[in-house]
Design a protein around this ligand. Structure first.
Ligand SMILES: *Cc1c(COP(=O)(O)O)cnc(C)c1O
Length: 387
């Protein structure tokens, strides 16, 4: 058995400009990164609030290591579930206004584990076309009947669910809160209405909204407006705005207890290091208290959009820190990315299969650690690169 067919596949990818390459980063996260010997302005991380290298969270992490050591040693159900994990779960549940929350070691694991615990053969899962890969993979692997609905089109969802009238089986509706590659947000009110009208559960993955939007950063599914009945399954991740690692699912007692019994990614996986939980508790405190981070970030988004409007760039409509410029062809995306890098700015080209064919793009992300001058430099560089 040789790998020659695999080599051919790799050659094909290279020819189509779809080959992925990892960049070796030589500094901690921040508005600038040392990358392969060069200092670059970083416009592609998800560290939206600039907390990934915050000194107070670093300190909490170190204290966590002093108290708990490094490895958790086992899964949560065996002997890996510590007081630190438990305290974080309670704080997260409180923050998002849900009875309980359950920690997972990543957002990918949380989504796979949750969808697969909720639906199976004989059930139905409905997903937005542009959902994150972890939500799609969860739906496909579940063996439930899988249906797409057109991106951000609750009327299309409504048609699909109506076709099931009178049939048995559970119905699960799944959507990103803020879409990871487009930066737009789901129509939450409409999704709630359609899911409820057809006796379905609504699951929202707020990976990019949690910490960034809502009162004190509580996310798109703001507990002041939306209760557990509206969005029974809520997912948030901790590796983005929270600057640490891991994810959680929040909901009522029965949901969380069922996940503890059934979610295979939970049951059969080593718990996150407790020190990550200790650090995240600190992070949660800062996310809630430091409103200036969200205000500054929003001002940068406005400044960026106003600046780019003067240029011939195909900027998607987005109020979030995710600001995509669609160029279509993967080669074009690579050359625009290379142009920016030549000017000292790191913006990775995003190509299929991460985004649909013909929609290769630069996915620019802004963070609270950027300054107005950083944004102005980016806008100027785009002026020379677009069109
Ligand atoms: C990043 C992301 C995830 C995965 O979270 P990780 O903790 O990085 O595994 C899940 N859902 C969405 C929408 C994301 O953007």
């Amino acid at each position: 058995m040789s790998f020659s067919d695999i080599s051919r596949w790799l050659d094909d990818r290279r020819r189509q400009s779809l080959q992925r390459r990892r960049r070796v980063v030589e500094s901690a996260q921040g508005p600038t990164l040392q990358v392969e010997g060069r200092q670059l302005l970083n416009f592609c991380s998800n560290d939206y609030l600039g907390l990934a290298n915050d000194p107070r969270i670093r300190e909490a992490f170190k204290q966590g290591v002093d108290e708990w050591g490094v490895g958790a040693g086992a899964s949560h159900l065996i002997s890996g579930h510590t007081r630190a994990h438990h305290a974080l779960e309670e704080a997260l549940a409180d923050f998002v206004g849900r009875p309980r929350a359950l920690l997972f070691s990543s957002g990918y694991a949380a989504n796979m584990g949750t969808i697969n615990s909720l639906v199976s053969v004989g059930d139905h899962v409905f997903e937005d076309r542009l959902n994150h890969a972890s939500l799609l993979d969860g739906g496909w692997i579940s063996r439930a009947e899988f249906s797409w609905f057109a991106h951000n089109d609750p009327a299309d969802l409504q048609r699909g669910m109506a076709e099931l009238a009178g049939t048995s089986g559970r119905r699960l509706v799944v959507s990103d809160g803020t879409f990871s590659m487009d930066g737009d947000t789901c129509d939450l009110d409409a999704l709630i209405e359609v899911a409820a009208a057809h006796d379905g559960w609504l699951m929202i993955d707020d990976a990019h909204g949690f910490g960034v939007s809502g009162h004190q950063g509580r996310g798109l599914v703001d507990p002041l407006r939306y209760g557990t009945d509206d969005v029974p399954v809520l997912v948030g991740t901790l590796g983005k705005a929270f600057g640490t690692a891991g994810a959680f699912v929040a909901g009522d007692e029965a949901l969380i207890e069922m996940l503890i019994q059934r979610a295979r990614n939970y049951v059969f996986s080593t718990a996150l290091p407790s020190a990550v939980a200790t650090a995240t508790l600190k992070s949660l405190e800062l996310v809630a208290e430091e409103q200036w981070r969200r205000d500054h970030l929003q001002a940068l988004v406005t400044r960026f959009r106003a600046g780019v409007a003067a240029h011939d760039c195909d900027l998607l409509p987005s109020d979030s820190p995710i600001q995509p410029i669609v160029v279509g062809d993967p080669n074009r995306a690579l050359s625009l990315s290379a142009h920016l890098e030549g000017l000292g700015m790191l913006v990775t080209a995003i190509r299929p299969p991460t985004v649909p064919e013909g929609t290769s793009r630069l996915r620019i992300t802004l963070t609270a650690a950027h300054t107005e001058a950083h944004v102005d430099r980016l806008v100027e560089a785009l002026g020379q690169g677009c069109g």
